[in-house]
Design a protein around this ligand. Structure first.
Ligand SMILES: [Ca+2]
Length: 225
């Protein structure tokens, strides 16, 4: 993978000069620029995107299973195209959680996927496909540490847009004579509490080289003074 070879190159350069890698990593926080929801099943439609609706499978009276996914979009233009991503953390704020069945229904468990198609919009009802899964293990519904090894991020760094999808993994308890469902409503990109992506990255080798060179010269100057 390209990002891995860049990472090795960068690590080698840094260790050669004797500067800790963390000295040259940057952390930036980016708010979502768009969001929507899709109901995937026998019907497909979209909601007002002030709120992202994420619904687990439920069985309707005709036995049909339905799922709703939430989608969110981030502008990555402030991150250099050749940057090496160290970590990605997605956060969102819950507006409401609703479920059918007993109160002991399990807490929501929401996974996050990358979406390669950035051309979605709120209008229309086309289903948006999910691509790489970015979460594993114990899942939450407000903060997700994304698996950076699952994707070659250079594609999104170059096209400057990262689309992500929320998928509700909750398995609701059986509720007789009713639908079985588990909804999580997250604040969308139009709200004050919109989803946020926290990115830690190392700049591309050329920029890093200049930074390291600057630091070495500064250190030299301080020791001379
Ligand atoms: Ca993209």
């Amino acid at each position: 993978m390209k990002s891995n070879s860049v990472k090795i190159w960068v690590t080698a350069l840094i260790s050669l000069i004797g500067v800790a890698p963390c000295s040259f990593s940057f952390t930036t926080s980016i708010d979502a620029i768009d969001s929507t929801s899709r109901y995937v099943g026998s019907e497909q439609y979209w909601w007002d995107s002030d709120i992202i609706a994420v619904q687990s499978s439920y069985a309707s009276s005709d036995g049909h299973l339905s799922v709703s996914h939430g989608y969110v979009k981030f502008d990555l233009s402030s991150i250099p195209n050749d940057a090496v991503i160290n970590s990605l953390t997605l956060t969102a704020t819950v507006e409401d959680i609703r479920h059918d069945g007993p109160d002991e229904n399990p807490p929501p468990s929401i996974s996050v996927f990358r979406v390669a198609n950035d051309n979605w919009s709120r209008e229309g009802n086309t289903h948006i496909l999910l691509d790489e899964r970015l979460t594993e293990g114990q899942l939450t519904y407000t903060s997700w540490s994304l698996n950076i090894d699952a994707v070659d991020w250079s594609t999104d760094l170059v096209d400057n847009v990262l689309s992500l999808a929320f998928h509700n993994e909750t398995i609701p308890m059986y509720h007789p004579n009713s639908y079985i469902y588990n909804w999580v409503f997250l604040y969308g990109s139009d709200t004050f509490q919109r989803p946020t992506l926290i990115i830690n990255y190392i700049p591309e080798p050329a920029t890093l080289f200049l930074l390291v060179l600057g630091a070495v010269m500064l250190r030299k100057r301080i020791s001379v003074d």
